[in-house]
Design a protein around this ligand. Structure first.
Ligand SMILES: Cc1ncc(COP(=O)(O)O)c(C=O)c1O
Length: 347
């Protein structure tokens, strides 16, 4: 089975950390995982993953779900009534890439908030909540994908949570890359998760598990979410096959995320040296780098096509923006090759 411990295939794939392949240790654990029917009496490996994840994130319970999108959807369904408002930063993944499920499945009305580097404007949020007829849910995101992997300050998260509590509005955290935020802040993940009632974390991004996310929260909340998971067709069977890899991800892959952050920082520094309008290394806190090509002669699609000819894959995420994401397969040589490709195209 394919695993990849370095970028040896000649292609440097910076499109996303979701391209990471499972490690040898994950595949070995899969082979000896005890299995059962998750929709009947339960799969023991899934149960172990849920217990481990809940403890790590500091919540009473967790639910294994196939994707981050399903985790966020179940949070909305379990927290809020149809027709209620969901407040989130205007650049949030939830209100952009997941808008379809917000509106059509959860039936919530998106209230996009202005913000700075992923952090909602607190005054604007308080005002919007006051004028809302049906406040339903506040959603935060850390690290913030659209804001280039920005980490929400803990004091900000604490105030947002307090605001929600003062109005009786639950707070959900899209923590697809929660462990990147924890590593960047130098705190346990639970010290971030404490500022939300529910948290979704992805195992399939920088942590390299092949499939899956965890939704975490109180026991009551997870009981509701488990029933809703069945409703949307997310109950799996011998899902210990993938949960085993997720367990190894949580046990072994957290601390190494700092290597991805260092690689992103080095890339940003080199690109800003090439052209200061491209990137600001001071804004790179984790493993996502957003590059602004508006001052160059090419649009983002042309940049992506040009660096691809050098074997470098990046994502055009707007007419003038590229997204580069570092991960386990981006070693020092891959960073060097990326810098050389950008230098060659810029010339
Ligand atoms: C911030 C954020 N939330 C949620 C998701 C959705 O995760 P999935 O692709 O597993 O559905 C992503 C995926 O990139 C993400 O970046």
């Amino acid at each position: 089975m394919a695993t990849q411990e370095s970028s040896s295939d000649g292609i440097v794939d910076l499109r996303s950390d979701t391209v990471t392949l499972p490690t040898e240790a994950m595949l070995a654990r899969v082979q000896r995982a005890p299995l059962g029917d998750d929709g009947r009496e339960g799969d023991p490996t899934v149960r172990a993953l849920e217990a481990h994840g809940a403890a790590l994130i500091g919540k009473e319970a967790a639910l294994f779900v196939p994707s981050g999108t399903m985790g966020n959807l179940l949070a909305m369904l379990a927290h809020a009534e149809r027709g209620a408002d969901v407040f989130a930063d205007s650049g949030a993944h939830l209100l952009n890439s997941e808008l379809g499920s917000v509106v059509t499945i959860a039936g919530l009305l998106p209230k996009p908030m202005p913000g700075r580097r992923g952090a909602m404007d607190e005054m604007a949020l308080a005002d919007t909540i006051r004028s809302s007829e049906r406040p339903g849910l506040i959603a935060m995101e850390t690290t913030h994908n659209g804001a280039g992997g920005a980490v929400l300050p803990l004091a900000h998260m604490m105030r947002i949570h307090a605001l929600g509590q003062s109005h009786g509005i639950p707070v959900h955290l899209d923590g697809a890359r929660l462990f990147n935020a924890a590593v960047a802040l130098g705190v346990p993940a639970a010290a971030i998760a404490v500022h939300a009632d529910s948290v979704m974390v992805c195992l399939s991004k920088g942590l390299s598990a092949p499939v899956g996310s965890l939704l975490c929260g109180s026991s009551d909340f997870i009981t509701r979410a488990r029933a809703l998971r069945k409703l949307v067709g997310g109950t799996m069977r011998q899902s210990g096959v993938v949960a085993a890899a997720g367990l190894v991800a949580l046990e072994t892959m957290l601390a190494r995320l700092s290597e991805d952050h260092a690689a992103a920082k080095r890339l940003a520094a080199a690109l800003s040296w090439l052209d200061p309008t491209l990137a600001d290394p001071d804004h790179v806190q984790t493993n996502i780098l957003r590059i602004d090509v508006s001052a160059s002669a090419r649009d983002a699609a042309a940049w992506a096509e040009s660096v691809k000819r050098h074997g470098i894959l990046v994502q055009a995420s707007g007419p003038a923006q590229l997204r580069l994401v570092t991960h386990r397969h981006i070693d020092a040589a891959a960073v060097d090759r990326t810098i050389a490709a950008f230098a060659a195209v810029a010339r």
